[in-house]
Each structure stands twice: as C-alpha cells, then as structure tokens.
Design a protein around this ligand. Sequence first.
Ligand SMILES: Cc1cc2nc3c(=O)[nH]c(=O)nc-3n(C[C@H](O)[C@H](O)[C@H](O)COP(=O)(O)OP(=O)(O)OC[C@H]3O[C@@H](n4cnc5c(N)ncnc54)[C@H](O)[C@@H]3O)c2cc1C
Length: 464
Amino acid sequence: MIQEFIKEVQTIFSSEQVKLDLEDRIAYGIDASRLQGLPSCVVFPESSQQVSEMLQLASRYRIPIYPRGAGSGMVGGSVPIEAGVVVSFERMNRIIEIDENNMFCIVEPGVVTEYLQNIVSKKGLFYPPDPSSLKFSTIGGNVATGAGGPRAVKYGVTKDYVLAIEAVLASGEIIRTGSMAVKSVVGYDLTKLLVGSEGTLALFTKIVLRLITLPAPTSLMLVTFSDARFAARAVSGVLKSNLVPSAIEFMDEFVISAVSEFGSIRLPEDSKSLLIFEIDDIPEVKHLVIKRIEQVCESNKALSIMIAHDDHEKSKIWNLRRSISPALARIRRGKINEDVAVPRNMLPDLLKVVEDISRKYEIPIPVFGHAGDGNLHVNIMYDPADDRERESAKKATRELFTNVLELRGTISGEHGIGVAKSPFIAMELGNELLQLMWRLKLAFDPLNILNPGKIFMPNKAFIG
Ligand SMILES: Cc1cc2nc3c(=O)[nH]c(=O)nc-3n(C[C@H](O)[C@H](O)[C@H](O)COP(=O)(O)OP(=O)(O)OC[C@H]3O[C@@H](n4cnc5c(N)ncnc54)[C@H](O)[C@@H]3O)c2cc1C
C-alpha cells in the first residue's frame, strides 16, 4: 500500500521534492536524541497547498506522517517510529511579511530562528525566544515544541510570541487560528493548543509572530560561589528585588570543572557553582541594575564577580557556556539530558535531590541551565557499555522525575515529550488528563496519522 501511496505522492511533488534513497531516509530518520527511525520516503513541500494534498492522500491510505524542522529535537519528536513519510519543512523558509508598525511578522515554518532574529533586528525589532539551538532550529520546530531559552526569564518563551497559525489538519483542511490583533478572545484559543503540540495535531504552514522593540546592547556578569546553594539563593534574591536580567544561567561544580580547560577565563579554585547574568536595560538604568545584582550576590557569599561590557569579554563568557556540551561528552559517552523545571525557590532542593541521586547510583550528574526560570538541564551520564551504569541511569531518571513532581515541578520545561519521555508523562498528568488530551488529539486527527507514537505511548488502550 505504501508503494501505491508513494506513486501518488510523486504526482503532487516534483522529483526534486521526494527522496527515496536509503541515505536520505536514514539522514531524515534521526534527531538530536539520537533515536533512529527509517521513513519510507521524505518529502519537501513548498506550499500549504502541497501539504494539504499530501495529507488528503495520507488520510486515504492511512499513512503515518512525521513533520520535521531541523531535527534538533531532544526527545525524538520528528523521528519516524514506523513506515511513513517524513515531511521536512526546510524549503518552506520564507519570511513573508514584516509589519514594522504593528510589530509582527508572518513566516513559513522552515525559517531558522537566528536568521529571523537577524533580519528583524535590522529594522530595530526583536524576536526574543532563544533556544540554544537557534543557529539551526526552525520556527516551526520551536512552535511545535514550545521552545524556550535563557531569555525566558525576562521575555518569556515561544508561546508568548505566537499570534496566529495557518495549519493543515490530517484531513487536508487548511485552518487559520488566532488574530493579528494584540488581543483576541473569540472562541477557544486553538493557537495556544497548537503551540507545543509536537506535530500531533496539525502541520503548521504559516506562523504569525509578535515582535518587540530591540533592547539596548547587553552586559554580562559572571559570578562564582563556593556552594551551589549560595548561587540558588542569589537567584531568588535578585528576582525578589524586582531586578529582571534578560538571562540567569547556572553551572554546578561538575560542569565548571569540565569546561575549565575549554575557556579562557580563570575562576577561583574553590568555585563550586557560577551564575551568568545578562542585563539589557537602557544605559541609564543598567549600571544601577548591575550594582544591585552585585550587592545581592555579595550578600550571598559570592567568591568573584566579573563584569563584561565589550564584545571580546562577553564572548569569553558565552564561550564558556557554549562549551558545556563538548566538555560533558568527555565524561561519559552516554547522556540522558533532562530539562526539568521547578518553582524558582525550589532550586536549592532540586540541586540537593540531584546530588543525592548521583551519590546513590554512583554516576556523574552535571547540572546547568536556566536558573532564572527554575529550568535546569540535569545530565545523567553513563557508559553505554557498562550494564550497571546503564541500569543506574534509567533508575536515576525515574527517581529524578518523582522528586521534581514532589517539588511541584514539571518533567519537561522546554524539550517536550516526543518518544523519549512518553513512558513518564502519566506521572505528571495522571490518566484522566491524558485521556482528555487523547480525545482532543482524535478531534484533530481521527485516524492518528499525525506523528503517531509521540506524546502518547503507542498503547492499545489509547489507539483503540
Ligand atoms: C545543541 C542543542 C541545544 C538546544 N537548546 C534548546 C533550548 O535552549 N531550548 C529548547 O527549548 N530546546 C533546545 N533544544 C531542542 C530543540 O532545538 C528544540 O526542541 C527545537 O524547537 C526543535 O526545532 P527543530 O526545527 O529542530 O524541530 P524538529 O526537531 O525537527 O521537530 C521538533 C518537533 O516539532 C514538530 N514539527 C516540526 N516542524 C513542524 C511543523 N511545521 N508543523 C508541525 N509540527 C512540526 C516535529 O514533528 C517534532 O515533534 C536544543 C537542541 C540542541 C541540539
């Protein structure tokens, strides 16, 4: 049946837009989670109409459809888990309109996030969401995962900027949700429902994004502490003082020692944690904010404070932050990168939980991330060739989630559920809420052809 389907698909797309080679199917069957699937074919639509025609056909043949942006997802969201079609949006990458007066833009889903930010900044405008993958991840992927980044502490995450979406349902019907107006309360907020839907409800073909005015150039502060709890208290202190840095990033002792040989910054020997503050207030206000953050950090026993205004010094600090992933890769080959989040005043408790789990299972668990949002990357490291470590990593993951939920947190602050976290979703939502979400899913996609096996476990009770 899939062969007949592919024959018909080839009448919708040009030969350039359909890939059937094994190499292409392998390349488009994997994402940053390293989970690998093998689609029957990969298509590269160039218009909403083509997406619509393809979905009509897929519904007729009941073929699974796997939407894909850049494949930078960490939970296998775009990975085909059974035979079907990967729909890559990389050729739908036009910025259709930038309305400078009303401060919004209309883009196709394949636009790369940093590219959009650079283009709008030339007009004095700002699209703030900044996942660390912004150099390659796409707006479509960011919207489908509800991506966030360091700036979330001041500017919020992707969902705070999506005004409207054009999307294609599994039936092929093209819908338009939301409004270009800043306020709109007409009917259910389907735009918000689509944000974070991980390709399971509809395929986005156009997205309207709110823009704001470009802020002043940033300054950075790098502050070290002899204890992670002092850093966590400094974060609470800064936020309680009504100071809103545009980013507050955290690294623990493990991460500091891993990155120390990469960076060109010498840190005090007894540094056991550090915070990076980014401040983007107007110059008249900025020095007051920096002074106040200095005071809060000093009252929480800061060991050293470095302030960077010029680009060279700032890049040294950000390079330290960016070197985390390659540095951690040297510790162990296996890494379960969890992105849990807790209410911000629970950060010291979360750090204690991680320390205890690491000691109990005798595996390294370096922690870094967006302390300003209570969203930390907890990296459970293990040697894949070592049975004990592999088992310990699995147990440590479940124990981490149990503890995070007890701290009133969430098992994913930004990466989403995909395949990797679907065995754990009921721990947070419970079965009744999950069933309700499944009924919503079926209202959009009655045949379950859109990204099947994601969010919801491929469980007979759900698939019916
Ligand atoms: C080095 C690195 C750093 C990262 N840092 C961050 C971070 O700071 N914050 C963060 O939130 N994430 C981060 N991520 C994870 C990842 O980059 C984000 O989840 C991102 O939003 C995925 O975008 P993508 O274009 O790669 O989408 P993909 O990975 O291709 O897809 C992600 C999901 O979106 C769906 N999808 C894609 N396009 C569409 C569409 N047009 N319509 C409907 N569904 C669609 C897919 O089916 C899938 O479920 C990081 C990843 C890496 C590798």
